[in-house]
Design a protein around this ligand. Structure first.
Ligand SMILES: [Zn+2]
Length: 253
């Protein structure tokens, strides 16, 4: 009874369940977010080894029965992101990226672009962690918040929630854009700024650049501008998806 499902997947979350099992949240290209149970996986001789942990990219086999959870029957590693796992900052960033995907795309609706984006984000964090390990921590500072915000903007785009940036979201005026309004759905001009908050030129440029460049070329901006970008993303999600994400990056300093 039931049927076999073979798919690639990224492990978003892995929770202990009962004596030796784990409940997994997986993100897949064709089935969106999938809940699965891996039985006996916490026994030392489990055939799954340690690969059903968060941030693993897998080729996975699942059995789909009548229940809500699928059962993991096989798993092969595509990428374990080994360097990421040894780097606290990269682990934190990966956890926030997976959390954002799991909450913005929590249904079985397929978004293969989101799966690809998440894989690229994890690969990038792994690469950055490898670089830091090589340079014994003296490499370029981690632009964790900028990278996380660029990733979130791309998620908004994939979710059909990209804010309007080309002209005032209230009246269409293309010039004198001074604020951002979650309710209006984007930037607003001086005449429509009631209920908006200030969005400086650097924050505006960060947003347009983030939409226009690949993740590994994500723009950076001063903290103040990044704060405005994060607020713009939060306001958009609250108004249009009734969703609140955890802060884009851990507080530093
Ligand atoms: Zn206006």
């Amino acid at each position: 009874m039931g049927r076999a499902v073979k798919t690639e997947a990224v492990v978003l979350r892995s929770m202990r369940y009962g004596e030796a099992d784990r409940i997994l949240h997986l993100y897949t290209p064709a089935r969106g977010r999938v809940g699965a149970i891996a039985k006996g996986v916490r026994r030392s001789r489990s055939r799954f080894g340690g690969r059903l942990e968060p941030f693993f990219r897998l080729r996975i086999e699942l059995h789909e029965g009548r229940g809500e959870l699928l059962t993991v029957t096989g798993a092969e590693t595509v990428d374990g992101h080994r360097h990421l796992r040894e780097d606290a900052a990269a682990l934190d960033a990966a956890a926030r990226a997976c959390d954002a995907v799991g909450r913005l795309f929590e249904t079985s609706e397929p978004h293969p672009g989101v799966f690809n984006l998440l894989c690229r984000k994890l690969a990038l964090l792994d690469e950055q962690a490898a670089g830091r390990a090589r340079d014994a921590g003296v490499g370029a500072p981690v632009a964790a918040r900028a990278g996380a915000l660029a990733f979130r903007l791309k998620l908004l785009l994939a979710a059909g929630l990209a804010p309007q940036l080309g002209s005032c979201a209230s009246c269409g005026e293309p010039e004198g854009l001074v604020g951002f309004s979650g309710a209006a759905g984007g930037v607003v001009c001086g005449a429509c700024e009631a209920g908006s908050f200030a969005l400086e030129a650097q924050a505006y440029r960060f947003m347009t650049d983030a939409f226009g460049s690949p993740l590994h070329e994500a723009p950076d901006a001063p903290e103040r501008a990044l704060g405005q970008v994060e607020r713009a993303i939060s306001a958009t999600l609250e108004h249009h998806a009734h969703l609140r994400l955890m802060p884009a990056a851990a507080r530093t300093g």
